[in-house]
Design a binder for this molecule. Structure first.
Ligand SMILES: [Mg+2]
Length: 540
């Protein structure tokens, strides 16, 4: 039973009990008075029944009775009002969000069930819209929680204004809202409502005297096609909302089975990824890097692979982003660093020089607060000389964390490690930004290397990157080298180091040790002809 109903029942029961007490007391008094009069002597009775005394007595009695009744009624009314107020207050606390005044999750659930029953009964369509404000966390963090709360209140008000009276908008959690579109017949209405919501939420908000901008991502599930239960409709609308988020927000997506399939796949991958470390399913491969002028091995890049029990050997393209999103990258990154350093100790020196070990850092690893401390700790515990460790960071990561990158790279550089920009040329790197970074080396994106020299456009880009590196006093390494023509072109333009299938494919721990051991003590005069497979490789 609902608490409000319990309160009302208690008040009614008390009213009945009090009323019964009043009337039973009055009846008792009347009987006592009657008995008293019956027992009086005749003279005294006659005297008491004198008309004047009788009138005064009757009036006094009536007045007393009326006053008592009025006072009692007032008390009852007051008690009922207190109960009513308490009941309403409880209802607001239990079923409405305190910040926005919108229905909360409990009331949303009730309304959803009610609308669903009506839609089934009258054979109508019904829509559930899952709505999340874009970049709200950024606004909350940068302007404070009070500003965030004010924005949520304004957003809630705007949503209510642009919906019909019989629709419901509820606050689901934080900056997430759910709109229930009650019975309608034409599916074409839904995109119009979604666009209307997007437009009204994208208007600037005046918070603390400043204009603040935010947008929303909407996911929509329609009864009956996308689900016939409240739970299923909510889940599918949520899935569609994430698809809108993936499309950079400020848009809506209608749920589709394909989204469901992708989500299931993602959940399956996520579960597998979490177990992969424990089951030791990750593996490191090592790709040699050469000086192309004399064939000298100069370094090795560590590349992670996931030996998936059902899908075989997976490259980072298929799981690193998920590892970043789920936070699995932290233990995975730690394992990669430790394992690669352990392997490095097994490699002999080449002509009196220790090999350079290149390790890729992902975006989340790069921005991690403890990166410098972790690398310091790694160098100390593994005994790897700092100048033998090269950290590769992609252009995208550096641009994503542009403010953080300069100071962080300088801290890393102070440890003595080498730094390189991976996949250079594939992003939108600012050249003025580049000149202020303590970078040792640019790694030319394999897509450009593999295109040249036959592809005029790619050849021009490679030439430009080589000229840029020379003018900025940076070293270069070409990735994805696959043919002798490419080597000739790169050497001719001034890029002297490279890695790729032409030289060696990525090898496992034993394979790279054997490969290094098999190298001639004295480097050959020139590189031998291609002997490895000709398929290109993407490196992490
Ligand atoms: Mg790399």
């Amino acid at each position: 039973m609902k608490p409000s109903a319990t309160l009302q029942k208690t008040a009614a029961s008390r009213l009945f009990r009090d009323g019964f007490a009043v009337w039973s007391t009055s009846l008792g008094c009347a009987l006592l008075a009657g008995g008293f009069l019956w027992l009086l002597p005749n003279e005294l009775f006659t005297h008491l029944l004198a008309p004047a005394h009788l009138t005064i007595g009757l009036l006094t009695g009536l007045f007393g009775l009326a006053s008592g009744s009025w006072l009692r009624q007032r008390q009852i009314t007051h008690t009922l009002q207190i109960h009513r107020d308490a009941s309403e207050k409880y209802q607001r606390l239990a079923f409405y969000d305190q910040l926005t005044g919108l229905p909360n999750r409990s009331l949303l659930r009730d309304r959803l069930e009610q609308y669903l029953a009506e839609a089934k009964r009258f054979d109508h369509l019904m829509g559930v819209v899952f709505l999340d404000l874009d970049r709200f966390k950024y606004i909350n963090d940068s302007m404070g929680h009070a500003a965030g709360d004010a924005l949520l209140q304004m957003a809630a008000e705007r949503m209510q204004k642009c919906l019909r009276n019989n629709d419901t908008v509820a606050r689901f959690a934080g900056d997430e809202f759910v709109v229930v579109l009650s019975g309608f017949r034409d599916l074409q209405n839904v995109p119009c409502i979604a666009q209307k919501l997007l437009r009204t939420l994208a208007d600037p908000y005046l918070v603390n005297g400043s204009e603040v901008f935010t947008t929303a991502s909407l996911g929509i599930a329609i009864y009956p096609d996308d689900g016939t239960s409240a739970e299923r409709l909510m889940r599918n609308a949520d899935t569609a909302m994430y698809a809108a988020k993936e499309a950079n927000g400020n848009t809506y997506r209608l749920f589709s089975q394909e989204m469901d399939r992708k989500l299931s796949l993602r959940l399956e991958m996520e579960t597998g990824l979490r177990q992969a470390l424990l089951r030791k399913e990750f593996q490191l491969l090592y790709q040699p890097q050469f000086d192309m002028r004399d064939g000298q091995l100069i370094g090795v890049e560590a590349l992670v692979r996931w030996n998936h029990p059902g899908k075989g050997l997976l490259t980072p393209d298929s799981f690193i982003q998920l590892a970043e999103e789920t936070g699995i990258i932290a233990p995975l990154g730690e394992w990669i660093l430790g394992e690669a350093c352990r392997q490095w100790h097994l490699w002999p020196q080449i002509n009196g020089r220790a090999l350079r070990l290149a390790i890729n850092l992902t975006s989340r690893q790069f921005k991690h607060d403890c990166l410098v401390a972790d690398i310091t700790d790694l160098l100390e515990t593994t005994g790897l000389p700092a100048d033998c460790l090269e950290l590769e960071i992609t252009e995208g990561t550096l641009m994503q964390h542009a403010e953080l990158a300069g100071p962080l790279l300088r801290e890393l550089k102070a440890l003595g490690v080498q730094l390189s920009i991976d996949d250079f040329g594939s992003g939108y790197f600012s050249l003025s930004y580049l000149q202020n970074l303590p970078i040792d080396r640019l790694k030319i994106d394999p897509a450009f290397v593999q295109g040249g020299p036959g592809d005029k456009g790619h050849a021009t880009i490679v030439t430009t990157i080589i000229d840029l590196a020379r003018n900025m006093n940076l070293e270069l390494i070409a990735e994805g080298v696959e043919s002798a023509d490419q080597i000739d072109f790169l050497l001719q333009k001034g890029c002297h180091t490279g890695q790729g299938y032409y030289f060696a494919e990525p090898l496992d721990g034993d394979g790279i040790s054997d490969f290094i051991a098999s190298l001639p003590a004295k480097p050959p005069e020139s590189m031998s002809s291609p002997s490895m497979c000709s398929t290109g490789t993407r490196t992490l």
